[in-house]
Write a protein that binds this ligand. Structure first.
Ligand SMILES: [Zn+2]
Ligand SMILES: [Zn+2]
Length: 372
């Protein structure tokens, strides 16, 4: 039995029980009607059912850079994000600036890494520039900035796309907690502790282990996140850092973008060092956290398989969608396909209720506790 009362031995997930032979209408009504008469009818049926899920519950991409013209691109803010979110009926994107972006590159092995040492203040300056980019985005381009759960609910009700201000890696702090307070004042509500650049907070998965986990300053940062009202995201952190963070945390943590170690759905991938073990995932889930699965799969169907792999380990109450939509693409080309992703989840055997949790409900639970 996990913390949310699911006992996987007693309540097998639908994809294990052959629910795919049931039509989506039948699943919605809880009945057992036969499948639709044609493939086209079934496609229309799943699209309608996916839209119903997205109307009923707030959907959230728990880790995003907004795509090709997003916050990590050189493009100025534009209407693209709002237009594509509307097209795919995505309610909320956690839009992350990347403070160590200016020093990232491919290392000799072709893997993304910090390839230069930052100048003092350099990453802070870049972070401030990106905050200004977001200010312009929300002022002029049809996106609301949500500062509370009530803001997210109001935006969803009004059918207006919203962002949660997010930062991927607190490399800009340089041990100055007042910079975290400033980020909160500027509208940030979600922060990831580490990324690709060695910092004073803790060890990250793709770097040398120098702290043996979380540092005392890292513990202070987690307590400050709780005090200020920020979702604390431990993506990229080593398993040791995560387990030590969980000892300090008094609220559920998010691990926003990864996949299960050895994921058959991903297959061979250079992202193996960024995947997480079963134990790592269970540690996040146990106190009520959630694990976002990125979109680096060969197809939407494989993406759904990746969600199932994690749900089989931690349960559907602890899985989210954290695409990492970026300048490079994965199984989603852009947000116009969000509704197709939810339809693929329904086709793949997730119930509408479980699809709603994974597509946003689980993040909303964490956000309400962390931010209010
Ligand atoms: Zn990342
Ligand atoms: Zn990212």
């Amino acid at each position: 039995m996990d913390c949310c009362g699911h006992d996987q031995r007693l309540m097998p997930y639908p994809w294990r029980a052959g629910a795919m032979t049931m039509s989506v209408d039948a699943m919605l009504s809880g009945g057992t009607a036969p499948v639709g008469s044609s493939a086209a009818a079934q496609t229309a049926e799943t699209a309608a059912a996916a839209l119903a899920v997205l109307r009923r519950s707030i959907s959230v991409d728990v880790h995003s850079h907004g795509g090709k013209t997003g916050i990590t691109s050189k493009a100025p803010p534009s209407d693209d994000l709002a237009t594509l979110m509307r097209a795919g009926s995505l309610a909320v994107a956690c839009l992350a600036d990347v403070p160590d972006g200016p020093i990232l590159g491919r290392n000799a092995a072709g893997v993304l890494a910090a390839v230069r040492t930052p100048q003092p203040g350099q990453l802070y300056q870049h972070h401030l520039e990106r905050l200004a980019w977001v200010d312009a985005l929300v002022a002029q381009h049809g996106i609301r900035r949500a500062l509370s759960a009530a803001d997210l609910e109001a935006a969803h009700q009004a059918g207006q796309p919203a962002i949660v201000g997010d930062v991927e890696g607190l490399d800009f702090l340089e041990t100055k907690l007042e910079r975290l307070e400033e980020a909160h004042r500027r509208g940030i509500r979600h922060v990831q502790l580490v990324h690709y650049t060695p910092n004073d907070i803790g060890d990250f998965q793709t770097g040398a282990v120098t702290h043996q986990g979380l540092t005392p300053f890292g513990a202070e940062v987690i307590r400050a996140c709780h005090r200020l009202g920020l979702v604390c995201d431990v993506a990229h952190a080593t398993e040791a850092t995560v387990k030590q963070a969980l000892k300090v945390a008094t609220k559920p943590l998010l691990l926003s973008h990864t996949a299960l170690a050895g994921s058959a759905a991903m297959g061979a991938t250079p992202l193996v060092p960024r995947q997480v073990s079963r134990d790592h995932a269970r540690a996040i889930a146990e106190p009520g956290g959630s694990i976002g699965i990125w979109h680096f799969f060969a197809s939407l169907e494989k993406y759904v398989d990746g969600l199932k792999e994690m749900a089989d380990v931690v349960g559907v109450d602890h899985v989210s969608i954290g695409t990492d939509l970026h300048v490079t693409t994965g199984s989603l080309t852009d947000y116009s396909q969000w509704v197709q992703l939810v339809a693929a989840m329904l086709r793949g055997g997730f119930t509408p209720e479980d699809a709603g949790k994974i597509a946003g409900g689980n993040y909303m639970r964490i956000f309400r506790v962390a931010v209010g």
